[in-house]
Design a protein around this ligand. Structure first.
Ligand code: ZN
Length: 677
């Protein structure tokens, strides 16, 4: 029987994957890849088909196994997977670097570029390949190249350790509560989940009503505590614990952060860049750190007065209710929630029964049909998955017999073996006629005996967001694998389709379609629906400030000189921007996985950047008339044909301008949040 990790199949055989397959699969891939590389270096083909097609195919095989390994490590976090990935990933990276550092191939690609006659897509792929080669030091002497290789391997291992430390640190903390008085305000659903965790921890017979209850640091558990726990001391204890994730031995990320920053700075210097952001921006949509800081400053300046007003109002509101002020970090979410309840009479917990996952998906798929003309349906013959909760969907163009793509959805939280957060993994990329496969994983609350999965408004938004990513992956029209889907899309443009889709959740008819009570089927009251749409603007300015703070911290720690303390650098920015007093010993950096374990190093700004793009794109639909189905369909098709279809085959600014007819403007984002205009 062949190794399931190297077998090419329309759907990966997820049910057969075992950590023991990784080592032999990597052996096979590296042997085959080595042979391909050797024959290319010898034959030195001078045309696209001879040179670039096999290089893309080789990279694609590597991408595929890396995607599988990362996914399995994220959704089945067992020691065996983790150890295998830790050992094998560096071997794959080393090989990829060998390809990129091939001087023979580099010269051949340079010659191909000089010869001209390539399509726009081919030119973009070639430019990226040349830049990748240069970023791997192909043009440097042997000693510098060797040093880069060592640093790249160290960096990869450190990033993985960073992520594992966060996971382990979250798992290492728990709080067992036996006094029901401490749970005042917390919803029944939270109590049931906390009792279930207590049973899993050995408290046989724990119940939602009588406890004991176990609090953990994963987001679905802590968020309701911050929003609803009337016990201020409980909120403080949990908030302080969250701020200390991965800050102490044996899961301390502080030394890892220093090492990661030093390695990134040294790599940038070897390649002739001023600093790490300078290198990172060489392959981004944004032109320079100045350009980004200018946008962040402009958003900050326009949002700050509103955020200050929010803060004053919140303190007054809490004081009037007899709560001590000034409000602390563990109070603001709680009092925002109370103020929101008073002003909008919308309690998350009251709305939640109206947001069942199945309704969310039905409405989301309806939006996809209306805008993009695609059908997303449960797979007629579902392929095997890695967990019984995983759902499989196929994506169809009407009038064509075969699906064009597959999307897996792993919806529910599994703290014991699933990484927190939500993400989309491009599992199989389109290549020629090969159908793309996407995987979406989230941490929505699991169904209980009493209720189906009720993701609430927040979880609904996550679904729209992640499907936005998946749509760009599966609706690509690019046949060259290296520019298909989200491949080769600049990192700061990659959140455009996802945040664009979020806007559709708030479109009145879409919300109305979703919001039916899961037990009675009753629609939510129209007045409530209106308030749900209005509440989106509630304290939006404060939200923008928080994002600006993260974005600037990320850039600043990456620009800081070696002798500077990154924690002090980050703290200085937080102190300047934060309105609520900071907590002593609170670290945003130690659990800032986006920039230290993920792909957003010197790139966190891209969330706001992409929101500017997506708000502006959505504004096009508002201008065309959101209730005019012909206009929506017309613009939706144009969005599909540009942003979703062209992927990384063109510069994102050109793609955006083709859709919008002009460059993006930040005004739409501020208007969408009710801040300006
Ligand atoms: Zn995203």
């Amino acid at each position: 029987m062949s190794n399931p990790l190297t077998r090419s199949a329309e759907h990966p055989p997820f049910d057969e994957f075992d950590a023991a397959h990784i080592a032999p699969a990597v052996d096979t891939l590296l042997a085959e890849g080595g042979a391909t590389l050797a024959s290319l270096e010898q034959a030195l083909p001078s045309d696209w088909a001879g040179l670039m097609v096999p290089i893309q195919a080789l990279e694609d095989r590597l991408d595929r196994i890396v995607s599988v390994m990362r996914l399995m490590n994220s959704v089945r976090n067992h020691t065996a997977w983790r150890e295998a990935v830790e050992v094998q990933q560096p071997r794959l990276i080393a090989f990829r670097i060998r390809v990129r550092q091939s001087q023979v191939l580099y010269r051949a690609m340079k010659a191909l570029e000089a010869a001209g006659g390539l399509s726009g897509t081919q030119q973009r792929i070639l430019q990226s390949a040349l830049r990748n080669a240069e970023h791997n030091g192909v043009h440097l002497d042997e000693e510098a190249q060797a040093r880069l290789n060592v640093l790249a391997e160290q960096l990869s291992a450190l990033q993985m350790r960073f992520g594992n430390n966060v996971l382990d640190s979250v798992q290492a903390w728990s709080l067992t509560i036996t006094d029901p008085a401490r749970l005042v305000g917390l919803p029944d659903r939270w109590r049931s989940a906390a009792a279930a965790r207590a049973r899993a921890a050995g408290h046989d017979g724990a119940t939602a009503v009588d406890g004991p209850w176990v609090v953990t640091l994963d987001h679905p558990c802590t968020m309701p505590v911050f929003q609803h726990a009337g016990d201020r001391a409980l909120r403080e204890e949990v908030r302080r614990a969250r701020g200390r994730i991965a800050t102490t031995a044996p899961h301390d990320n502080s030394p890892i952060i220093t090492e990661i920053l030093a390695i990134r700075a040294e790599m940038a210097a070897i390649l002739g860049y001023t600093d790490y952001p300078d290198k990172a921006l060489a392959s981004r949509m944004a032109g320079s750190v100045d350009e980004i800081e200018q946008m962040m400053r402009s958003l900050h300046d326009q949002a700050r007065p509103g955020a200050l007003d929010d803060h004053t109002e919140l303190n007054r509101f809490a004081a009037a209710a007899g709560h001590p002020t000034p409000l602390q970090a563990w109070d603001t979410t709680y009092w925002s929630e109370r103020l929101r309840e008073e002003r909008f009479a919308l309690r998350d917990e009251d709305i939640r029964p109206y947001f069942a996952l199945d309704n969310v998906l039905t409405a989301l798929f309806g939006v996809c049909r209306a805008l993009f003309g695609v059908e997303i349906v449960p797979a007629a013959a579902p392929p095997p998955t890695w967990h019984p909760d995983v759902r499989v969907y196929t994506v169809h163009d009407p009038g064509t017999p075969e699906p064009r793509a597959t999307i897996y959805l792993d919806p529910y939280v599994r703290p014991a073996d699933k990484r927190s957060g939500a993400w989309m993994t491009p599992m199989i990329n389109r290549s020629g006629d090969r159908r793309p496969v996407a995987v979406i994983a989230c941490n929505l609350p699991a169904p209980t005996d009493e209720a189906p999965c009720l993701p609430g408004l927040r979880g609904a938004r996550t679904m729209f967001h992640e499907f936005g990513h998946a749509l760009q992956h599966v609706l690509t029209e690019i046949q060259e694998v290296a520019a298909a889907g989200i491949q080769n899309v600049e990192w700061d443009a990659v959140e455009l389709p996802s945040t664009f889709m979020e806007n559709w959740l708030y479109h009145q008819p879409v919300l109305a379609q979703i919001a039916h009570h899961h037990e009675t089927g009753e629609p939510i009251e129209p007045a409530v629906l209106d308030r749900i749409r209005e509440v989106r603007r509630f304290q939006a300015a404060s939200g923008i400030l928080a994002q600006v703070s993260y974005a600037l911290q990320d850039l600043a720690v990456h620009q800081a000189a070696q002798q500077e303390d990154p924690f002090a650098v980050a703290l200085a920015i937080r102190e300047k921007i934060a309105i609520t007093p900071l907590i002593d010993g609170d670290s945003t950096l130690c659990s800032f996985q986006h920039i230290f374990a993920g792909a957003y190093a010197a790139g966190y700004y891209s969330y706001l950047w992409a929101e500017v793009l997506s708000a502006d794109a959505f504004m096009a639909f508002e201008e065309g008339g959101l209730d005019d189905s012909a206009a929506v369909s017309h613009l939706g098709r144009r969005f599909r044909e540009t942003v979703l279809a062209r992927g990384g085959s063109q510069h994102p600014l050109a793609v955006f301008e083709d859709f919008r007819g002009r460059p993006p403007s930040p005004e739409a984002l501020l208007r969408l949040h009710g801040i300006a205009g």
